[in-house]
Write a protein that binds this ligand. Structure first.
Ligand SMILES: C[S@@+](CC[C@H](N)C(=O)[O-])C[C@H]1O[C@@H](n2cnc3c(N)ncnc32)[C@H](O)[C@@H]1O
Length: 279
């Protein structure tokens, strides 16, 4: 796990020529809507941290496990990516006391993100695997002066580009060490439907157990790719975020069904040979 130093950033620029050209985060027109969903959640999280009598004075810790390069460019205009949206929301609610650890396995993405965050000493972009970052977080927090990890408040964002290996065990372990970190997942619905039966396939219904959280909200799947944002917490004291519904409400159950089973034909694909692609 490496932090990016200035010389590393320069080295990557030399390798890539123009880093902006090589970055494709899987953007589509629904990307903007995804970022609005993240913005809603970040704003609520940060506003609570800012205004709650109990939390006032705590440093908010945000961990972005699929950080990207900071911008989504392929949709006609620039849409800020999750790390920059998080910072914008912190500025909007006036919360200055936060730390952001972000990671991406694409060195060009990290190099660009590091440039966007260059003058911000609260933001730490890492180059590497997100499972590794999860394992390093307790040590990083101690290095930043946190002594009681059970009381650390913040969020972990998982925003994969389709069917990839989620670091389930490492996030779960982190949640056991820091139970007050909430978790935000952008569940790749259609990718999961298409790969039903694949070893990486995970039913959205398993999120609460896999991520060790008791209280969940979910947003309607997006019309293309059925990306579905969910947030899990270990408290029932926080109200429903705007445009989200309770996990077990009628709408919540409908959204979950749609995120994994909307198209019966797609669900049948693996049994008609698609699995061979993965053996
Ligand atoms: C959908 S993009 C992220 C977009 C970003 N969150 C945003 O809002 O602009 C997914 C990113 O996850 C990264 N990624 C995928 N698997 C990873 C892993 N195991 N560890 C770290 N990064 C990973 C990819 O390189 C890609 O940049």
């Amino acid at each position: 796990m490496r932090r990016f130093s200035k010389s590393q950033k320069q080295a990557v620029e030399l390798v890539s020529g123009n880093a902006g050209d090589v970055l494709n985060q899987g953007q589509g027109y629904t990307t903007e809507e995804k970022l609005r969903g993240f913005a809603t959640l970040f704003e609520q999280q940060l506003a609570i941290a800012k205004h709650s009598n109990v939390l006032r004075g705590s440093t908010y810790v945000h961990i972005d496990l699929h950080a990207g390069c900071g911008y989504n460019r392929k949709i006609g205009h620039n849409v800020k990516g999750s790390p920059l949206v998080f910072r914008d929301m912190a500025a909007k609610v006036g919360l200055n006391d936060y730390l952001m650890f972000s990671v991406d396995k694409n060195k060009h993405a990290v190099a660009e993100l590091a440039r966007h965050l260059e003058n911000d000493n609260r933001c730490f972009p890492f180059f590497g695997d997100n499972a590794e970052l999860c394992e390093s977080v307790p040590e990083l927090l101690r290095a930043h002066g946190f002594s009681d990890l059970r009381s650390v408040v913040g969020s972990v964002l998982m925003d994969p580009n389709g069917l990839v290996a989620f670091p389930w065990d490492q996030v779960n372990q982190l949640m056991r060490i820091c139970p007050r970190l909430d978790v935000i997942v952008n569940y790749p619905g259609l990718a999961m439907i298409r790969n039903y039966g694949h070893p990486l396939w995970v039913d959205i219904a398993e999120l609460p157990k896999r991520l060790h959280k008791t209280n969940w909200f979910i947003r309607e799947p997006l019309p293309t790719w059925y990306y579905t944002i969910a947030i899990g917490r270990n408290t029932n004291k926080i109200k429903r975020p705007a445009s989200f519904v309770e996990w077990d409400s009628e709408a919540g159950r409908r959204y979950r069904r749609r995120a994994v089973t909307d198209n019966a034909t797609l669900r049948k694909l693996p049994s008609t040979g698609q699995l061979e692609l993965f053996t």
